[in-house]
Design a protein around this ligand. Structure first.
Ligand code: SF4
Length: 357
């Protein structure tokens, strides 16, 4: 059976998390689709991303003190990888399993992660009344913004908020002189400033330091002012409000750009995006009406779609797709996660390719 979306029942978003804010700012429609789909992604991500979730879980457990030594680490690591692999198989994403074989630098990442055990046990000595809060939930009084902070370290006169990232924290940007400099990603800066505001609403004081820590234990500090944290908080609330208003008014807008849509897991449900790719062929997804389907002797299937007056060829589809595609002649379908071939309008299917009606 071909995947179908069906009617989309939009629901009001009750609360947004600091980690969600930046993505919502870039395309609020993505957040509405996610809410309507009960946050169940419509497409697979990548083995690296699923492994990233495992790494973050282990970091949480280390910072909570639930993993204290190498033995705990090895057991929990194995358990968490197994759990994730079981989830992937249950979703029909068995092509990502075993993660150890599918993730680039699996062992290196595991070693770096294990090193965090020392990072925690070798925390610089602090006064005995220093408190560590890991994975603590903070929300605004009106409950509109809330999220778990990885680690808060409260000492007598200073408070540090730390967030752990398993991917790259910085990105290259051009400075005023046109030189390439490395800067903390804007989304992480805003996430931490929102945490700072939430901390303030709950404790009556702002933290003194905001930090991001990567897998190799490199620490990056984010500069902030109380004023900035306040205004990001107000911006987040007004964005939530205006996004929810779209449901009542039934007027939706979206922002289909490469940066926004490339990793959006709700692309199959996004009419704006599907319209966009009918004439923009620079994405790894195609949309069009089925003109022809051919099965070759080796079992591979090629699909020919008409879109915006162009004929698009999708090769390398598995033989079991032949019947349903052949029965869909003249129907419009959307094919996601393709490899673009060097020839214009030529694509080939890969393991993560998915077809939606
Ligand atoms: S596909 Fe693009 S435009 Fe559509 S919801 Fe996702 S990010 Fe927004």
């Amino acid at each position: 059976m071909m995947n179908k979306i069906g009617a989309i029942n939009f629901k009001k978003i009750k609360r947004i998390s600091p980690s969600q804010f930046y993505s919502m700012k870039n395309c609020a429609y993505k957040s509405l689709l996610a809410e309507a789909m009960n946050k169940k992604p419509l497409l697979p991500v990548s083995a690296n991303a699923y492994f990233g979730t495992v790494l973050h879980k282990i970091l949480e457990l280390i910072s909570k003190g639930a993993i204290r030594n190498e033995e705990d680490f090895n057991t929990t690591f194995q358990e968490q990888v197994k759990l994730m692999e079981e989830k992937l198989v249950a979703h029909g994403y068995d092509f990502f399993v075993p993660l150890q074989k599918k993730v680039k630098d699996f062992i290196m990442k595991k070693i770096l992660l294990k090193d965090h055990l020392r990072f925690v046990s070798e925390r610089p000595p602090r006064a005995s009344n220093t408190k560590f809060h890991s994975e603590k939930w903070y929300e605004s009084k009106d409950k509109l913004i809330g999220g778990k902070i990885d680690l808060v370290i409260e000492a007598e006169n200073e408070t540090e908020i730390l967030d752990f990232k398993t991917g790259s924290i910085t990105q290259d940007v051009l400075d005023d002189n046109g030189e390439i400099i490395s800067e903390v990603k804007a989304e992480y800066k805003e996430q931490l400033k929102l945490y700072a505001y939430l901390y303030f609403e709950n404790t009556g004081k702002f933290p003194t330091q905001l930090s991001l820590v990567d897998l190799s234990k490199q620490k990056f500090t984010v500069d902030f002012s109380e004023q900035e944290c306040n205004s990001i908080f107000e911006e987040a609330k007004s964005l939530l409000n205006s996004t929810n208003n779209c449901i009542e008014k039934e007027i939706f807008t979206a922002n289909p750009t490469e940066a926004n849509c490339k990793y959006c897991l709700y692309r199959p449900a996004c009419s704006f995006y599907l319209k966009h790719i009918e004439t923009d062929y620079s994405f790894n997804d195609v949309s069009g009406s089925v003109q022809n389907v051919v099965k070759f002797q080796n079992g591979n299937v090629s699909l020919y779609l008409e879109s915006g007056g162009k004929l698009i060829t999708v090769s390398n589809l598995p033989s079991e797709k032949f019947d349903e595609l052949n029965n869909s002649r003249n129907k419009k379908i959307n094919v996601f996660n393709l490899k673009r071939e060097p020839r214009e309008f030529f694509y080939s299917a890969i393991k993560t390719t998915m077809i939606y009606e």
